[in-house]
Design a protein around this ligand. Sequence first.
Ligand code: AMP
Ligand code: TRP
Length: 333
Amino acid sequence: MSEKKLRVLSGIQPSGKLTIGNYIGAMINFVALQREYDCFFMIADLHAVTVPQEPADLREQTEMVAALYVAAGIDPARAAMFVQSQVPQHAELGWLMTTLSYMGELERMTQFKDKSAGKEAVGAGLFVYPSLMAADILLYQANLVPVGDDQKQHLELTRDLAGRFNHRYGDLLTIPEPYIPKVGARIMSLDDASKKMSKSNPNAGSYIALLDEPDVIRKKIARAKTDLGKEIVYDPQNKPEISNLMSIYAHCSGLSLEDIQARYEGQGYGAFKKDLAEHVVATLEPLQRKYKDIRASGAIHDILRDGAEKAMAVAETTLRQVKDLMGFLLPRR
Ligand code: AMP
Ligand code: TRP
């Protein structure tokens, strides 16, 4: 008899173009994990609206992320792919998790501090965002959550909330573990390696979008900032810009950092950047081709409907158990 597979849940917000940071930090692991785990991959649209979104853009970007999931290699026959707002249990458990969260712990979240810094009006949704993220994970009793480094603190909070719930109401919720890549957990901006590469950066030259045309990618890499000196060495402390480019190179070529270092010994940044651009283009071209086919086929809607159905069955079971333990009067079946 085969053992029950462990569960994986993760999500990406449809709040702009996905970048190669999302790909390396998260999506590559989604694809790798789907063979061995019972996977749920979400498009976190309820999270996206914690900052204002144009309705038409939100809809387009939601379809875009879904199609990129498939183009990147997520197999809807193995993994449930769904849109968060189509599974209402997220909003409901999100509220319950909010009531379990402390102001102090939410105030300590660095993503909240970054996103609210200097703003006059800060949406309350931005503040309780991590409680909703905890609900996303706990609804599926997920064991593993593949994310980039920036989500580690939210995962810690999720673990605390699950522990708090179990302590107060009874042992129900699985305490999840983060699953973070060793290299590439934090891909940095091409114009400033002290900042995370982000789709919300107004300077498009700072990121490589997964749907950037090959020539755009070549141009962006040619213009990427480099460090003083000309050696290609992995040294994030002293050579942050080159080290970041090396992480991208490693993921797109399959070579190790040592291999890359050896290959460019005695050569300057020019040769390295030129090859890097071709590795990135070769990685993204097939993904882009597949993306166009999927968008043209319209298949995404069926995939998302099936995914939401599968997700809802699991989510409803957990939510019912949570509500029962908390003392909500459940409707008689
Ligand atoms: P988001 O775009 O904020 O919804 O992030 C979706 C996933 O991509 C999360 O797991 C992030 O940690 C990951 N991610 C986003 N940006 C980067 C980056 N620059 N480097 C590595 N991972 C990233
Ligand atoms: N907060 C995550 C991000 O911005 C997206 C997200 C929402 C998520 N819910 C999740 C990631 C649950 C992992 C698990 O990257």
